[in-house]
Design a protein. Structure first.
Length: 115
């Protein structure tokens, strides 16, 4: 199985980005999907997760600014990020928990918030 993330880039403070991550390969189904991020010199942290049924959880620092969603038919998870600030700069990794396979991470996409 493979997770391919895209959508990162350079954005000014206050701007928006939309990340997407598609799962491919052979698998039965995907349970939870989510996004993590890792800034230079810091540990990887959970940003948001979403269940197959659409229930989502966010880290406090992004509540009200980020929205996670998924398309089960496309095996894709999205992260709409609004009101970005420099503290959001990091490599963002998507994650999926595959039935009978377990947890897998994608390769990461870089988000840089800077003027």
């Amino acid at each position: 199985v493979q997770l391919q993330a895209s959508g990162g880039g350079l954005v000014q403070p206050g701007g928006s980005l939309n990340l997407s991550c598609a799962a491919s390969g052979t698998f039965l189904s995907i349970n939870d999907m989510g996004w993590y991020r890792q800034a230079p010199g810091k540990q990887r942290e959970l940003v948001a997760t979403i269940t197959r049924g659409g229930r989502s959880v966010y880290v406090d620092s992004v509540k009200g600014r980020f929205t996670i969603s998924r398309d089960n038919a496309k095996n894709t998870v999205y992260l709409q990020m609004n009101s970005l600030n420099p503290e959001d700069s990091a490599v963002y990794y998507c994650n999926a928990i595959f039935r009978t396979i377990g947890s897998r991470f994608g390769q990461g996409t870089l988000v840089t918030v800077s003027s």
